[in-house]
Design a protein around this ligand. Structure first.
Ligand code: PLP
Length: 869
């Protein structure tokens, strides 16, 4: 190591012992650009020192300064370079003014050096070293100012960090994207400790083997901090930046992305390499050997938990950790008829990539084709480079270049063991142009290469599907934190404490009378009903009673002004018995003729969703007023099995059949007064129904006889941490936008779940606990026969141990029922207090599609139901 340059040492507390550990704090450009952020830096540095650690602060240049320096280094005109230097000086002087710092000699020396260097005339051979020296000044200036502000010892990073010699790299790469030597100098820690207890130095810069200045590439300050951390065998390296940590996807594209609280080095490396920008991909390697943990934290909100990266993974079931994306990917597809088993074909092909200096990332191969990807961040790709490569490759095979593409990568340890959870995601990708799929041999990632234009939208969709399928186990709080939206967006409206908390004692008492048991809280249903009735755009509401047909629930909703939407004669009979005056809508699917006849007799408005009834039962429909349910071509919702539109779904008349349907209806004199569509369930996007409304309204003129448009139900409720409740005001406003354009039609909606889900809980008792392999099972007396949703469509129901409501949730359980089916799992990876036989488990949001779907499978009997007024 070279001789460290020392400026000043100030220590306020009693001296630290020689054994005191180091903490390295790194602050990026935005974190050093304002006085407020510097106040945070001071609090953090002095706070760590007060905890008994030596502190090394590593800083980037003020934001924007490196760009200015780069511009100066590329400017031929000396006058223009000086103007840029003045701009840079002004930025620093302004910040110093805000910090009330006098200009120190240290800072002045660097500023003068910059002025001097930009005025130099440079011989072409010296251009690259000169440019590097110019660009190094951003960090020299910010660190000098920081030394004054923090009363810290100033350290020239170049005296410690040395780039390794890379004879195969171009001079430009060696100078601007240098790789640091990884052999730590054992004397370094002792020598740096001799400088003081709080030190400040520069990120991004180092020296080469000849002592000249080199740069570490964009984001290189992270790498500097990591190397210092490794060198000093630091207790940890803290990267302070403008976001709380690594997220499960780019939060700017996917606001529901979850904070990743804990990662091991390999997973974090994979996420950084495959697209996450928050951490420089090179900065983990140096820390892995000496096992120095790395934290990522938000400078503006230091109180937020960040990401901790370390050696040991948390004990948890396998989960996808992140979905990362790289754009600017070029695929080169090489086709050769005679390739199969032809010795040396791959060697010939790859030799061309080497000759052109292009590094290959992903590889897919088949009998007659090899396709590889080139990553624009690793390759200097332009159309000329590709054309010459393609020309050379054409000598050995047929070449096709596919670009621009995006690589979307699922990252998680043990990827192959999670494939069964990716059904829904793979189904989604089945409808996309996927050019290449590649699974890494380290079993950490699975990558899909698609068209770049589709990638942004696809990323959010894929993330949703990973959350919904439980492949990304956001409910495991030891790994995943809140969503970006929950951390940074306007705070969520307080939905208050769930009703059952106040009823805990009576629920426990009720459970003593027998479990499993559904309990419904009517006041909650009333609240939901009145919230919906408050939406002025909707003219008529129907309750989809398939969600919960308990007579007390039906009575309550009929009283609140809801019509009843039924799908079977049984439901129609229940509706007639409970609320004979209430309007009824009958929207069955593949029902027999007699069902339709019964519905007409019962006075319901009958909805038809195929040509068949018109063609075959013309006598039944002749002269009637009917509704028509159409398929708008797509389905929506939280799971494939709740999507009721699109080519894979059995519901609705395909639009291609609309002319035939209209002609058939005219022929028999059936009047279509209602046009209906219901695309799926569990929708949280307030814009969805206005989209359906517009499509129905634009079809309405073809129909001619319509009175009303029914945009279905499907209003969702947040099921997982970080999901956002449906914004009813936004939904109402969006509906009004359409209604103003089509005032001639009434607007109808027919929710089920939204009205009743939260009002119901399922109470069950713990039967047995068992540890098996890595899993801890909590057995309860409710199973898939009592609540089918988890087994049927992977539904997530929050659950709590009502008997131990305040105990620490320190066990990770698979919550299972007593049914002889492997699918009899009500919840996976639930953090709960350790349970004991007889404990009462409460399962939330069980008021919809709970008891109505229960069966007596295994002859276990139906669950009881109870009403709370
Ligand atoms: N309307 C129709 C035609 C349905 O099929 C359903 C549910 O299956 C609903 C309304 C109610 O859906 P949700 O309970 O999700 O609001």
């Amino acid at each position: 190591m070279g001789q460290p340059a020392l400026c000043s040492i100030v220590s306020t507390d009693s001296p630290l012992p020689a054994t005191a550990p180091w903490i390295v704090l790194k602050f990026g450009g935005t974190s050093v650009s304002t006085a407020a952020r510097w106040a945070t830096i001071r609090a953090l540095a002095h706070g760590r020192r007060a905890e008994g650690a030596r502190v090394l602060v590593v800083v980037s240049a003020l934001s924007g300064i490196t760009d200015l320096l780069k511009a100066a280094s590329q400017e031929d005109d000396v006058g223009a370079r000086l103007v840029i230097a003045e701009q840079i000086e002004a930025r620093h002087v302004e910040l110093a003014h805000c910090l009330e710092l006098p200009q120190s000699a240290q800072w002045r020396t660097h500023m003068d050096a910059l002025r001097h260097i930009v005025q130099m005339e440079t011989a072409p051979a010296d251009l690259i070293p000169w440019q590097a020296s110019v660009m190094a000044h951003g960090e020299l200036l910010s660190s000098a100012m920081g030394a004054d502000w923090l009363h810290a010892a100033w350290l020239d990073a170049r005296s410690v960090l040395r780039a390794s010699d890379q004879p195969n790299q171009s001079e430009r790469m060696q100078r601007f994207s240098a790789l640091l030597e990884t052999q730590p100098d054992p004397r370094a820690a002792v020598e740096l400790a001799g400088l003081g207890e709080i030190l400040i130095t520069q990120g991004f810069i180092a020296r080469d083997v000849h002592g000249g200045t080199v740069l570490l590439g964009r984001g290189g300050s992270d790498t500097s901090a990591a190397h210092f951390g490794a060198l000093l065998r630091a207790a940890r390296v803290e990267i302070w930046t403008d976001v709380a940590g690594m997220f499960s996807a780019n939060p700017r594209l996917v606001p529901d992305a979850r904070l990743l609280r804990r990662l091991d080095y390999e997973e974090a490396q994979e996420i950084a390499t495959t697209g996450a920008k928050v951490l420089h991909a090179r900065c983990l390697a140096p820390l892995r050997g000496p096992r120095v943990p790395l934290w990522i934290k938000d400078t503006e909100r230091p109180q937020l938990a960040g990401t901790e990266i370390g050696a040991e993974a948390v004990e948890a079931s396998p989960s996808i950790k992140a979905l990362s994306m790289r754009k600017g990917i070029t695929l080169v597809s090489m086709e050769s008829i005679g390739m199969w088993q032809q010795v040396g074909f791959l060697a010939d092909v790859f030799a061309q990539f080497k000759r052109h200096g292009l590094s290959v990332d992903l590889i897919g191969s088949a009998e007659t084709n090899v396709t590889v990807s080139l990553d624009s961040s690793e390759n200097l790709l332009d159309s000329d480079a590709l054309a010459t490569l393609a020309a050379d490759l054409a000598q050995v095979c047929r070449v096709k270049v596919i670009a621009p593409c995006a690589a979307i990568t699922l990252v998680g340890r043990g990827m192959r063991g999670m494939l069964h959870r990716l059904q829904a995601l793979l189904a989604e990708l089945g409808g996309q142009r996927v050019h290449l799929i590649s699974q890494s041999s380290n079993n950490l990632n699975l990558t899909f290469v698609t068209d770049e234009s589709a990638a942004d939208a696809l990323l959010g969709r894929m993330h949703d599907l990973l959350l919904q399928s439980g492949a990304l186990r956001a409910d495991d709080g030891s790994i995943f934190g809140p969503s970006w939206r929950a951390l940074y967006a306007a705070p969520m409206a307080d939905t208050g404490s769930p009703w059952w908390r106040a009823q805990r004692v009576s629920l426990l008492r009720s459970a003593e009378q027998g479990t499993p048991k559904y309990v419904y809280h009517l006041p909650t249903i009333r609240e939901r009903a009145s919230a919906l009735r408050g939406m002025s755009a909707v003219d008529r509401w129907y309750y989809a009673l398939k969600a919960n047909s308990h007579s007390a629930v039906l009575r309550e909703l009929a009283r609140a002004g809801f019509g009843l939407e039924c799908v079977s004669p049984g439901e129609l009979a229940e509706a007639s018995a409970v609320a004979p005056e209430t309007p009824r809508l009958f929207t069955p699917n593949f029902a027999p003729r007699d069902d339709y006849a019964a519905a007409f007799d019962a006075g319901a408005l009958v909805c038809v969703d195929s040509l068949f009834p018109l063609q075959k039962w013309g006598d039944l429909l002749a002269g009637r007023e009917i509704g028509l349910r159409v398929d708008l071509g797509v389905g929506v919702g939280h799971h494939e099995k709740v999507r009721t539109g699109g080519s894979g779904s059995k519901f609705g008349l395909p639009l291609a059949d609309l002319p035939a349907f209209l002609a058939g209806a005219r022929r028999i004199g059936a009047r279509i007064t209602l046009l209906h569509a219901h695309l799926g369930s569990g929708v949280l996007d307030a814009a969805h129904w206005a989209g359906v409304y517009v499509q129905l309204a634009s079809l309405a003129e073809h129909v001619g006889t319509l009175r009303a448009l029914d945009v279905g139900g499907g209003l969702g409720l947040p099921q997982r941490e970080g999901e956002w409740p449906l914004d009813l005001a936004a939904l109402d406003a969006a509906l009004w936008d359409v209604k103003r354009a089509y005032p001639q039609f009434e607007l109808w909606m027919e929710p089920g779940r939204y009205l009743v889900a939260e009002a119901g809980v399922l109470l069950a008792r713990v039967t047995q606990v068992k540890d098996k392999d890595a899993y801890h099972y909590l057995g309860i007396d409710a199973g898939m026969h009592s609540l089918l949703r988890p087994a049927l469509y992977g539904a997530h129901h929050r659950m709590v141990n009502l008997s131990r409501i305040d105990a620490a949730a320190d066990s990770l359980y698979q919550v299972v029922g007593p049914i002889c089916e492997s699918g009899d799992v009500l919840g996976t990876d639930r953090r709960m207090p350790a349970g004991e036989e007889g404990d009462v488990i409460l399962i939330e949001h069980a008021g919809a599609y709970g008891a109505v779907m229960a069966s007596e499978y295994n002859r276990r009997g139906l669950p009881a139901q109870e009403i709370l007024e």
